[in-house]
Write a new protein. Sequence first.
Length: 725
Amino acid sequence: MRFIEPTAQDIKEQKLYKEMGLTDTEYQKVIDILSREPNYTELGIFSVMWSEHCSYKHSKTFLKQFPTTGEHVLMGPGEGAGVVDIGDNQAVVFKVESHNHPSAVEPYQGAATGVGGIIRDIVSIGARPIGLLNSLRFGELTTANNRRLLRGVVSGIGGYGNCIGIPTVSGEVEFDSSYDGNPLVNAMCVGIIEHDKIQKGTAQGTGNKVIYVGLKTGRDGIHGATFASEELSEESDAKRPSVQIGDPFTGKKLMEATLEAIDMPELVGIQDMGAAGLTSSSSEMAAKGNSGMTLYLDKVPVREEGISPYEMMLSETQERMLLVVENGSEDKFLELFDAKELDSAVIGEVTDNDRLLLYFENELYADIPVMPLSEEAPEYILEEQEADKDEAREDYSNEDLENVFIQLISHPTHGDKSFIFDQYDSQVGANTVKESGFGSGVTRVEGTDKAISMAIDGKSRYVYADPYNGGKEVVAQTFRSIIATGATPLAMTDCLNYGSPENPIIYNQLSESTKGMAEACLALSTPVVSGNVSLYNENREGSILPTPVVGMVGLIDDVNFMKSSKVSEGDALYLVGELTPSFSGSQIEKILENRIRKTVRNIDLELEYKRGISLQRKLVNGEINKISPLGRGGLITKLAQLAGYFNLGIDVNVDVRKDLLFSEGASNYLVVAESGMDIEDAVEIGKLSGDKFSVKTKDFELIQSLIEIKAHWEGAIPSCMNYVD
């Protein structure tokens, strides 16, 4: 039984457009564009295309700050993913996207479909995926619901990635009460392509045919883009139908079929049916081709009878692609898809009238000008307010620092992540050189000695403390992670996760942090080639911490140097950089004060680049064995993680005040090398040796057995997950 659509009069009188996320002003703008009142299908199309998730109407002004071109950039923002040259007619394709709200409502499918969607973005460019990454945020695992969310999300990521056969090679996770009930699930995919196979989502050539391929359309995911653009509330559970269902087995067939189709010269353009489904793919392809498009929706493969044109256009059923092919070649593509056991159909054609026309059973259901729909979404500049500054605290030396240390390494944020990454297949494809566990992932470019380093990171507490400099640090920390593998950083993608931009202080966080990120991108030669924005991340207590996440890729020209980069008993440890009182947004501040002091954080981007590149060269040349950037919890936490991961004792003596072991200043590294090495800005502080964890300063001594340290570190997440309420 088909849904009976409200009339244009019903829409106006009952203000039904508000239920779709449009304001009075936006509804009037639709009327102005159409020169009449929209019908229900047209209104639905405008509402999803003008949602925050699709149009970035509250963030577009900030995205314009980012540098998007550079020496290696072949294709920047505007397509399904960014493309960066790696030489020899090859390129790396990558992007990160969020699936936060779906994962909050249905964690397994929300995460699984997030992975599936980002894979299709990479495949739609023509690239074969070589690696997956994820950046996750949850509330503290002392709460049963957060444990449920973690289990579901991790199972969903592993369930999809493992089945489709793409290795999950790296990721990062943080736990903080601000994410209670509103987890962040940011998925990143990296692929490899030859230059002459790069595709664009373009519809051109009057009379060329539009082909639908993939799963039959159902009612799942309707208004998913709108759902992703509003605050979660108690009514969110009622929106479970908005969460899509992933099918990795069909996803695998679709991936292989798409890569074959891209080799066919008659292909004109291709785009994933992701957020806003058939609506976004058709209208965006037409807009990019300066064309129109006519679709005959009774030709769309559907899962059940009675699905209306409105539902077809807004459905976010997974595992679907939209293709434009040369007129007369459509049967070749249909035969390919049939051989792959995929549903497909010719559902329309490209026109020269600059309009999106939707017919169903010979009745016209929508007549919308393409360019205004795709390019004239409202753009807002809102009121912003800088948060009041706090007084900095620069000394924690009178605290029980041994107890703080134990709390740190026993916390899920800092402890061993095996519980998570052991559920992911990191070796499928046989090209993984370095997997999850300690630092970035590295995957060999098949048939060459080249490898791609890939990292993802976020520093929300720093951004909350100092949005401008915190934004710089997010980019810099990911840069350090790439440097630490011996790779040359090439470019980055970002996912901007914030609360409601209608809150002036949160809007200021977005404004200032993106300004800082843009400056860091320029200073570190890492332009932004793709990205995503996720706003309205709120729970009953308020907003999440501002969490811009950066994904970055780097190139290793000859991966064979990694064979000799070993961490061994007797190696010396070096501190690169100076430990200064940098506690704003730090983990010691969280443990002892349960707050974030809003004070200035300092970072020197010129020093950041110079120091990073110098260390990277020494690693590749074999002068040092390992680079490990300092991060959350400071030097002492990094020492414990190093000891736990490599099962080696630590004997260190640092000539500083004891609380500076927990300082989280910028641009500092822990380096492993032979004793007596001359490393710029570095001091030798000890060695890897024995079965003890011994750290001394001017006024402090901590000595524990390696077994005890490992027990705390390895048990951090399992001890929480095994808790019975």
